[in-house]
Design a protein. Structure first.
Length: 171
């Protein structure tokens, strides 16, 4: 019995058939990997080809050994009175939780006044501290303003720094 293996563009095929004059049937197996590096899928295709008939093709779908990922838990966003950039939703949740903890109040008592992407003029991200020197480069970041108990609270962040309460916001 002869064996032919060929590889071309991620596909491996092997063909087995009679060496000389025996059974005139060939079995072709083919495995293909999905082109995406993040997803590896293997599908097996087996074809039996009798000598005088059209090929019979059997396709075996890939079997999944991993369960599908569950959907993310649904969260109810805090009430809003202003513009909220949807990309900031997870950071708004962090800021609301922090403020609720500081005030000893319920998260539902806190409203989002504004949540927006900003470019800060330096590493102070709009909240400079006296006597501290900051990098003098533009920093991509965000500003979240929350309202509670009749007052507003500014949370800033940017670069690799998460949201923090800025007690003396600049400008």
């Amino acid at each position: 019995m002869s064996l032919i293996a060929a590889a071309c563009s991620g596909e491996t095929q092997s063909v087995a058939g009679p060496a000389t004059g025996a059974d005139p049937t060939a079995v072709v197996s083919s495995s293909m990997a999905a082109p995406s590096p993040a997803v590896t899928t293997t599908q097996t295709l087996q074809t039996t080809v009798p000598s005088s008939e059209a090929p019979i093709v059997t396709v075996t779908p890939p079997s999944s050994t991993e369960p599908p990922e569950p959907p993310p838990p649904a969260t109810t966003p805090p009430p809003s009175t202003g513009d909220i950039d949807p990309r900031l939703a997870p950071l708004v949740e962090i800021a609301v939780a922090d403020l609720a903890s500081r005030l000893g109040s319920d998260r539902g008592d806190i409203t989002v006044v504004v949540a927006e992407m900003v470019v800060w003029p330096d590493g102070a991200v709009g909240c400079p501290q006296p006597g501290v020197e900051y990098t003098q480069v533009l920093v991509d970041g965000y500003r979240i303003v929350l309202g509670a108990d009749g007052a507003e609270f500014a949370y800033h962040g940017g670069g690799t720094r998460g949201p923090f309460l800025c007690e003396n916001p600049e400008g």
